[in-house]
Design a protein around this ligand. Structure first.
Ligand code: NDP
Length: 251
């Protein structure tokens, strides 16, 4: 369908070499986009790009480093000539009680999950303006709205990225750039595998509270990525949209 067609569009997905990022990238590639996966791990990235097909490429970048972010954006613009879609997806979690979090750990989470989105958005902005518009998709979490005892930096970063989305949406609507935030529920990835194994009762709580009755899979995020990257969402901006199997609808 033309409304969801991404033919000719160039997309960057940070943290696109695995998990949710790769699930979203798969949706974009199948809708016709030229996808650039990024992440730190070159071997994982090359494997992911090969598996994805559709001409996808991997360019390594550590999003906590401004120089890496700039080099990534410059390389994509030089190689592919334009940037239309950015998914700020790279993320980590450090699970500790607030009183035990070190300053280094705090900044690591904030730099990876939030400051990277600021840097990448700022860097792609002129390219999107030059292309006549664009789509920025930020990855929040149910922790953008809720929190738990061991999630102080993570929940703070995810609350912040949701608010950052609204600010950029307000600023860049005049440029034809829509910015939205996806709030995934509990998705089975490398990020959640440890929590699932270590936190007593977590798996049962998630299965009970998620109306769909199961953990999400990375592919469950493909559809919302295509929607928010395509002309179908041209009048949707500044939104924070759950993709959580009904987790947040339930008390
Ligand atoms: P994964 O651990 O599977 O993937 C995280 C990705 O981020 C990896 O591809 C990793 O690549 C990349 N990454 C981490 N640090 C950096 C860095 N400094 N620079 C560049 N890339 C980096 O986790 P998920 O797929 O689960 O998470 C993806 C996003 O979704 C995160 O923002 C997470 O907070 C969010 N989310 C996840 C949920 C879940 O239940 N899984 C729920 C809600 C939100 P590499 O190692 O190569 O750097």
């Amino acid at each position: 369908m033309k409304m969801f067609d991404l033919t000719g569009k160039v997309a960057i997905v940070t943290g696109g070499n695995g998990g949710i990022g790769l699930g979203m990238a798969r949706g974009l590639a199948e809708a016709g986009a030229q996808v650039v996966l990024s992440g730190r791990n070159q071997a994982k990235g090359d494997k992911a790009a090969a598996e994805l097909g559709h001409g996808a490429i991997f360019i390594a970048a550590d999003v906590t480093k401004k120089a890496d972010c700039a080099a990534l954006v410059e390389a994509v613009a030089a190689r592919l000539g334009r940037i239309d879609i950015l998914i700020n997806n790279a993320g980590i979690a450090i699970r500790k009680a607030p009183q035990d979090i070190t300053e280094v750990e705090w900044h690591r989470v904030m730099d990876t999950n939030m400051t990277s989105a600021f840097l990448m958005s700022q860097l792609v902005y002129p390219h999107m303006v030059a292309a006549g518009g664009g789509k920025v998709i930020n990855i929040g979490s149910v922790m953008s709205l809720f929190a738990a005892s061991h999630t102080a930096p993570y929940a703070s970063s995810k609350g912040a990225i949701m608010q950052f989305t609204k600010a950029t949406a307000a600023a860049w609507a005049k440029d034809g750039i829509q910015c939205n935030c996806v709030l995934p529920g509990w998705i089975d990835t490398e990020l959640t595998v440890a929590a699932r194994e270590q936190v007593v009762g977590l798996n049962e709580m998630i299965l009970a509270r998620t109306s769909a009755g199961r953990w999400g899979k990375p592919e469950d995020l493909a559809g919302i990525a295509v929607f928010l990257a395509s002309p179908a969402s041209d009048f949707v901006t500044g939104a924070a949209i759950p993709c959580d199997g009904g987790y947040m609808a339930r008390g």
